[in-house]
Design a protein around this ligand. Structure first.
Ligand SMILES: C[S@@+](CC[C@H](N)C(=O)[O-])C[C@H]1O[C@@H](n2cnc3c(N)ncnc32)[C@H](O)[C@@H]1O
Length: 201
């Protein structure tokens, strides 16, 4: 297995990088949101609060708000510039009143225990220094029957060409972190390029 090479600091710091990311990710997020939302609909989550960890510019949050009309979505990110771009994005959407943003760390989530019905996260796990802490925090902020869906790159030889893949965790590492965390009732599915971690029904 190719050796992991983490990012020194995975938080967006300048507005130009954020704008470029936002532009390049609109289509990808629409595709990704379809699989997220179809699973969440199977779980029959139609109301309550959703936390999007590492929400970036809020594209996934907007898709959730558009497709599930009864939910409120809170995007969490450590980057001021990403959240600023996210606020611009929601102002242009028709779902602005159901989305808000909060600056904060995935490893130290600034919300009370049992606050959320669902936690989602896309393309962020590979930037997290201590995934066990993040999984423990997800466990803490979720309501007792709350669900989670996390999707990210998986490390493989493709890491020779992509620094994001190179920084990501292998399915085996992810399972080890999950076993060491308080999060229960999880399933990991791995694909050629991606992995997903989600609640078992
Ligand atoms: C690659 S972007 C993904 C954005 C969005 N979820 C998507 O799928 O397009 C990763 C985001 O995670 C944020 N991030 C990195 N480390 C974080 C941390 N420890 N806590 C919260 N957000 C973090 C970055 O600032 C960035 O906005």
């Amino acid at each position: 297995m190719i050796k992991r090479r983490p990012f020194e600091y995975g938080v967006f710091e300048d507005i130009e990088t954020v704008k470029k990311y936002d532009k390049e990710n609109k289509q990808r997020t629409q595709r990704l949101s379809k699989s997220f939302i179809s699973i969440v609909k199977k779980w029959e989550i139609t109301s309550g609060k959703i936390l999007d960890i590492g929400c970036g510019t809020g594209l996934l949050a907007i898709e959730f708000a558009k497709n599930i009309s009864g939910v409120e979505i809170i995007g969490l990110d450590l980057s001021d510039v990403a959240l600023e771009a996210g606020r611009d994005n929601i102002q242009k959407s028709e779902v602005m009143e159901r989305i808000s943003f909060k600056k904060g760390d995935a490893e130290d989530i600034p919300f009370d225990d049992n606050a959320f019905n669902l936690v989602i996260s896309s393309n962020t796990l590979h930037l997290i220094m201590n995934p066990i802490k993040m999984f423990n925090e997800i466990h803490r902020v979720l309501k007792p029957k709350g669900k989670f869906f996390i999707s990210d790159f998986r490390r493989s030889w493709i890491g020779i060409f992509s620094k994001h893949v190179r920084a990501s965790y292998s399915p085996k590492e992810v399972k080890t972190f999950l076993c060491q965390s308080e999060l229960q009732n999880w399933k990991v599915k791995d694909y050629f390029f991606w992995l997903s971690i989600f609640s078992k029904v």
